[in-house]
Design a protein around this ligand. Structure first.
Ligand code: DQA
Length: 144
């Protein structure tokens, strides 16, 4: 099973960036632990600070991998183009946020991408990515 994690802007700084909000683990370390936890999955990871690169990756992988886990960072709140890219592809996308955006500033309460995502996991830290993987593994393995 091919699953792709995409992280958007500023998420390359996880571990260093506002650790009281986002924790102190780098995503590279976390991703290494995910690969050990799920040895039978073909897990890949892409991060970009650029909206167009995120869209290009959705187009590239969004017709042949089985699931995409997307934390679009601040583009979540602004990007109609990323929303349109999710609508254009056939692979289901789960939206993940590390922090509870609803407990933060009002501008973080709106997501352009939630309505076109399969589901949304918010505020559970890095565990949100693991829960999204578990969803794809369970739902895809029980498909007829
Ligand atoms: C975030 C929440 C966004 O509001 C913010 O811009 C981020 C990270 C999260 O994972 O909690 O960059 O998506």
């Amino acid at each position: 099973m091919d699953l792709l994690i995409i992280n958007g802007p500023n998420l390359n700084l996880l571990g260093k960036r506002e650790p009281s909000v986002y924790g102190s683990q780098s995503f590279d370390d976390f991703f290494s632990s995910l690969k050990l936890k799920y040895p039978s999955l073909n897990l890949s990871y892409f991060q970009s600070n650029h909206e167009g690169e995120i869209i290009d990756k959705l187009h590239e992988k969004g017709f042949d991998c089985q699931g995409i886990i997307l934390n679009a960072g601040a583009y979540t709140h602004t990007s109609i183009a990323i929303r349109d890219a999710i609508s254009a592809i056939t692979t289901p996308v789960i939206e993940v946020h590390i922090s509870n955006v609803h407990a933060r500033e009002p501008f973080r309460h709106h997501s352009t991408i939630s309505p076109v995502s399969k589901g949304v996991i918010i505020g559970l830290g890095l565990m949100g990515y693991t829960l999204a993987i578990d969803y794809f593994v369970d739902s895809l393995s029980t498909q007829p």
